[in-house]
Ligand binder design. Structure first.
Ligand code: HEC
Length: 636
């Protein structure tokens, strides 16, 4: 097989997409080198994040109980029942609540409470004696608990994917940045990653977390006004609607939520897709009276098992009624359900076309009443025209208006890394469109859509037709390359973050001259490169460190803000790309609860800005990136 180092590739692939996974303790603990050469995706083991001493799932008594009482539904074959890979990512107490009074009460009724404990330990590889359910952080006194101050602006993911905060909202311009001081920090409990983008309004920071807790923190003091617990990790942005004072987000089990921003009370929750592997990673977005929720999946990893019938997931986007959570329409990226295209010699069915997950937060175009989404690769053969594409959908009906495919014949799954026959004949290149399309108004009155791809390419396309107007290569690209989570723009200056792993581990020739790891500024109208700042590699021998920028960037007047995979948060000036500020998020920091913690790699979400404050998460203990669990709040 062409891939010599499966562990790494896996990471990469997922990294880009899903951003996630895990660290089985040994991978994530800084100072302990991972050994990718010997890592195999035998199971979803690699996706489990945990702290404390790991248990051996092969010999743990919970295993037999799970196989007898749970596995028949959670092996990926039953609609709605989350695949075991997702159960393994849940917090132990969330699994126990599902069995004790929650949705699995009946299914777990044959088990005694101690047996239920064993099942939760087995699934999470965490000893319950080592696990401390999240205690609410310091509660606010009445005066701090009030929701005063300007409401959240309709900016960034959920409202405006350009991710620009003007001075009257953010209170920060390039010249203010060097004066920023750390005001307070919070350590997310039981977490090795922090992937939910915060939103700020009413002097409150709203943010989700690894164990599913959503927090409302007082901006000044860091006390908690309320907390809400979702079943599983919240890795989308928290999207605030200032008009209704509601918050929207998704969890990794494929549920969208609406809660009250003032109290944390649940209004509704809706399972948006019944596929056992469905998940919500792209932030929901509001527009034209709808909440648009993108659906992606990790079925790409199921194909690591040669006996798995690959694949049946199809990417989708649904429009929900923001008041009730009712699904008004849902459009699959691949219109028809997969059909059989033969069998592997292992006897597994080849089912396709499949895949084309939607990782992007949909971009709403009010003038044309459309949304634009980006799609990922196909999972199985035959590849079709819906992968690695931008698709324009009518916002009212979900009907397709146009689509533009950027890389044809891209079918790929983890079977390719494992060298098994589930690998589609196309075998990659796995170059999703995972960053939201930017809708940019140009001075002469027309609009342009700017696209970034994992291939290292960026494009300008016409909103009316999807026609490509310009293209520009900014990086090498690859499984772990190119544009990942989000570009930003001030005026017509587009900031494009690039991560180009020096060794992409995808078996393809790597041309170092194309390495673009860092930040690039291009002109939205022409694609002309305005400047490029390739980030020097300061990682040395530090494990799980990379100079690239995978996280979404945020723009403020005169500067771009970017969390890097090497653990540094850096700010560059708009005109020349000069570095104007940097902060090492991996340093030890004393948090408001008294605990000392640190950040790690930054990927996924980008920073939030509000009234002179800069707020972001750091830590990404998955896919061999540096773990961490910190929320950092800076002020002038
Ligand atoms: C008969 C099929 C079936 C069996 C047996 C079963 N489950 Fe489930 N499980 C489901 C379905 C379906 C869902 C999704 C329910 C929903 O979303 O409303 C689910 C959801 C879950 C969830 C997610 C809960 C949440 O908060 O979203 C957990 C955890 C879980 N099951 C654990 C278990 C465990 C542990 C066992 C064994 C004791 C088990 N299940 C047995 C079908 C099953």
């Amino acid at each position: 097989m062409r891939l010599g180092r499966p562990g790494h590739v896996l990471i990469s692939l997922l990294a880009l997409l899903f951003g996630a996974v895990a660290s089985n303790g040994l991978i994530v603990e800084p100072g302990i080198a991972a050994s990718p050469e010997t890592t195999r995706i035998k199971s979803s083991e690699e996706f489990v994040a945990r702290k404390g001493e790991a248990i051996d799932p092969k010999t743990h008594p919970g295993r037999q109980l799970f196989l007898e009482h749970c596995a028949m539904c959670h092996n990926g074959g039953v609609p709605k029942a989350p695949s075991v890979i997702w159960l393994e990512m849940m917090a132990p107490d969330a699994i126990l609540s599902a069995m004790r009074g929650g949705v699995m009460t009946r299914q777990a009724s044959h088990l005694t409470p101690p047996q239920q404990d064993l099942v939760a330990e087995y699934l999470t590889r965490t000893r319950l004696s080592d696990y401390h359910p999240p205690a609410p952080p310091k509660s606010c006194a009445a005066s701090a608990a009030a929701f005063t101050g300007p409401a959240p602006a309709k900016l960034s993911w959920g409202h405006d994917n350009r991710r620009f905060f003007p001075a009257d909202v953010g209170g920060l311009t390039a010249k203010d940045i060097p004066q920023l001081k750390l005001k307070w920090a919070f350590a997310f409990p039981n977490a090795v990653r922090a992937r939910s983008q915060p939103v700020i309004g009413w002097n409150t920071i709203f943010v989700g977390s690894h164990d599913g807790t959503v927090y409302a923190f007082d901006l000044d003091s860091g006390c908690a006004k309320w907390t809400f617990r979702a079943s599983a990790e919240v890795r989308t942005a928290i999207v605030a609607d200032p008009d209704t004072k509601r918050l929207y987000f998704g969890d990794v089990l494929g549920r969208a939520y609406a809660i009250d921003a003032m109290t944390g009370q649940l209004f509704w929750r809706t399972k948006v897709d019944d596929h056992p592997n469905a998940t919500i990673t792209g932030s929901p977005s509001l527009g034209g009276g709808n909440l648009f929720v993108p659906v992606s999946s990790l079925e790409v990893t199921s194909a690591a098992d040669p006996a798995y019938h690959c694949c049946t997931f199809r990417g989708a986007v649904a429009a929900l009624d923001p008041m009730t959570g009712e699904i008004k329409w849902k459009t699959y990226v691949i219109p028809d359900a997969p059909t059989e295209h033969g069998r592997t010699t292992a006897g597994a069915l080849i089912l396709g076309p499949s895949g084309a997950p939607v990782w992007t937060s949909p971009t709403y175009d009010a003038a044309r009443h459309r949304i634009y989404i980006g799609t990922g690769e196909n999972y199985s053969s035959p590849a079709d025209g819906n992968s690695d594409a931008v698709i324009a959908l009518d916002a009212a009906t979900g009907q397709r208006v146009w689509q533009t495919q950027f890389t044809p014949n891209d079918a790929w799954n983890v079977g390719c890394m494992m060298g098994n026959e589930n690998c589609p004949t196309e075998n990659g290149p796995d170059v999703d469109l995972s960053a939201s399309p930017l809708l940019v108004p140009l001075p002469e009155g027309r609009d342009i859509i700017v696209i970034g791809q994992k291939s290292g390419m960026t494009y300008g396309i016409e909103p009316a037709s999807g026609k490509i107007i310009w293209s520009q290569r900014l990086g090498h690209g690859g499984t772990q390359g190119g544009v990942h989570f989000g570009m930003s723009v001030e005026g017509t200056t587009v900031y494009v973050p690039i991560v180009d792993m020096a060794d992409t581990h995808d078996g393809r020739a790597y041309d170092a001259a194309l390495n673009g790891s860092g930040i690039h500024a291009v002109d939205a109208a022409t694609g002309k490169i305005l400047w490029r700042h390739r980030n020097p590699n300061i990682c040395g021998k530090r494990p799980n460190c990379d100079p690239g920028v995978s996280a979404a960037t945020t723009a403020i007047p005169g500067a771009v803000l970017a969390g890097h995979l090497d653990g540094w948060f850096r700010v560059y000036d708009k005109d020349k790309g000069k570095l104007i500020w940097s902060y090492d998020t991996t340093q030890a920091v004393q948090t408001i609860t008294g605990v000392t913690t640190h950040g790690g790699a930054m990927s996924g979400p980008g920073p939030a800005v509000y009234q002179g404050h800069l707020v972001f998460n750091s830590g990404y203990g998955m896919y061999y990136h540096m773990p961490g669990n910190v929320l950092l709040v800076f002020g002038k």
